[in-house]
Design a protein around this ligand. Structure first.
Ligand code: FPP
Length: 243
């Protein structure tokens, strides 16, 4: 693999998809796919940390996922809690800060407490940020930001009649984080599915046919290699970039 370590994406965001189909293709239960998916989370976090990726955002549970059968939601919540407890030590050892975005107050109380405790324990680290999108939908995030602004305007805390793009970002869950440079979706689906709609304005999109439980280091490096072969023009011309 020929990665240019000077041209790494600063922020990678991943829509981890295909756990269910991976399990079905093996005649196993969907939950087995999620457990194998959690192993890949560990592998990909480790790989990003080793490469020097500064921000990794993982779409772990969407707002829309609350509509899944209760048994699957319960299994995913139990897995999330277990993962947060088991991986804490590794996060601390590798100086990875864990944060979350989304309407996390909707999570079961024991999961939310484990999440907050992991965030608190890792709050002082700055080698890499692992951002979990939980109970997340981009439209919900944007509307919560708009509603906070309306409330602040009403209360006189926000006095201006104009808001800039940069200032609006401070109202989003991702306040303080750079926009993703590379958004990856696994499992052959070519959709964004309500993920980081505002923040992905100029992200490079990469779609892999591989199901998430099979998406390992090599797959990630392939995605980064493809990213590095693209020209990011941000609306300018190629000639302008070469000057
Ligand atoms: C999508 O696959 C995946 C999810 C809804 C959950 C993602 C969860 C994990 C990868 C494991 C736990 C996460 C952490 C952070 C420990 P799907 O179920 O929609 O698959 P399908 O489209 O094939 O049915």
């Amino acid at each position: 693999m020929n990665l240019d370590l000077k041209k790494l994406p600063q922020h990678i965001a991943i829509i981890m998809d295909g756990n269910g189909r991976w399990a079905k293709s093996r005649g196993s239960l969907r939950v087995d796919g999620h457990y194998r998916g959690a192993d890949r989370v560990d592998e990909i976090v480790t790989c990003c940390r080793e490469l020097g990726i500064r921000y990794l955002t993982l779409y772990a549970f969407s707002m829309e996922n609350w509509a899944r059968p209760k048994a699957e939601i319960d299994a995913l919540m139990a897995l999330l809690k277990e993962f947060l407890i088991i991986k804490r030590e590794k996060l601390v050892k590798n100086e990875i800060r864990m944060v979350s975005i989304g309407d996390t107050e909707r999570l079961p109380v024991e999961v939310l407490e484990t999440l907050r405790e992991t965030e608190r324990l890792t709050a002082g680290f700055d080698k890499m940020v692992l951002n979990l999108a939980l109970s997340y939908s981009a439209r919900d995030e944007i509307m919560r930001a708009v509603n906070t602004l309306l409330r602040e305007k009403e209360e006189g805390k926000f006095r201006d009649n104009f808001i800039s793009v940069d200032r609006f970002h401070e109202y989003l869950d991702t306040a303080g984080m750079p926009d993703p440079d590379l958004v990856i979706r696994t499992s052959g689906e070519h959709r964004i599915s309500n993920f980081l709609l505002w923040q992905s304005a100029y992200a490079e999109l990469y779609f892999s046919d591989t199901f998430w439980p099979d998406f390992g280091r090599e797959s990630l490096c392939q995605a980064i290699e493809e990213y590095q072969s693209r020209e990011r023009r941000f609306g300018r011309t190629s000639e302008q970039l070469r000057r």
